[in-house]
Design a protein around this ligand. Sequence first.
Ligand code: HEC
Ligand code: HEC
Length: 210
Amino acid sequence: MKLANTIIIGLATATLLILGCSAKPSVSEESLGLRKSDLYTESNATRGDQTKYGTSVAGSGHKIPRAFQDAPPMIPHDTEGMLPITIDNNQCVSCHMPEVASSMGATPVPASHLTNFRPVTALSKDGQLTANGAVVTNTSSEKQEDISIKSTDGKLSNARFNCSACHAPQSEGIAVENNFKPVFTSKDGANKSSWNGAKMLEGLNTAEGK
Ligand code: HEC
Ligand code: HEC
């Protein structure tokens, strides 16, 4: 009796499997993705919004409002021939370093770009990680004593060399609308940086400061 039951269940499962395999697919290709056309068509409808970077030349006076207080401003001018930035070719500095900026009509890099925030990290003889000579467990500490805030004496901090890591040219054609409305903490925050002096210490954990 037990064996017969097992055989019946086995047969039923096999029938279901065969039926399942021969059933027509119920999901159409057109409904699979967001593009609403089959996977073999490349028409304008499937290409989406094109990226159109601004072409206004540097010096035209065009500025793009900041996304939030002290956000890296977007590049408002054409960057044709300037990117990618390489060790031998960084045209950005030839207009934006403070010593040349005013003669080029450009905004000089702010104080933060002339500051070294990186502590001197090293391994001690017994294999412990040190920052500015003191033993630390990791180098991403937010404690003030583990952070170095040193002027680079007017030289661009190496951490800021690759401008396009933070500053991007803006493109037209909105893929996804941005509904974020910034509240600026300084009056001219939409087009000016305020992050310098004592402000650079804000948010650092100084409670345990030594
Ligand atoms: C030929 C000079 C020149 C070069 C080269 C240049 N810029 Fe500019 N940049 C300007 C000027 C002038 C402005 C001010 C706005 C304007 O008049 O277009 C400006 C504005 C900006 C701003 C906006 C500042 C703000 O407060 O809104 C950013 C960011 C910027 N440039 C980044 C860059 C980066 C990054 C590069 C290199 C890829 C670069 N620039 C290369 C001249 C230059
Ligand atoms: C690690 C990210 C980062 C890099 C790299 C970087 N910037 Fe910035 N930049 C910022 C941020 C954030 C701000 C706004 C806050 C501030 O002033 O520090 C800013 C502000 C600026 C401003 C506006 C200054 C003002 O007073 O309104 C200019 C111009 C600028 N950067 C140019 C450059 C240029 C040119 C380079 C490359 C030589 C560069 N930045 C590299 C993050 C960066």
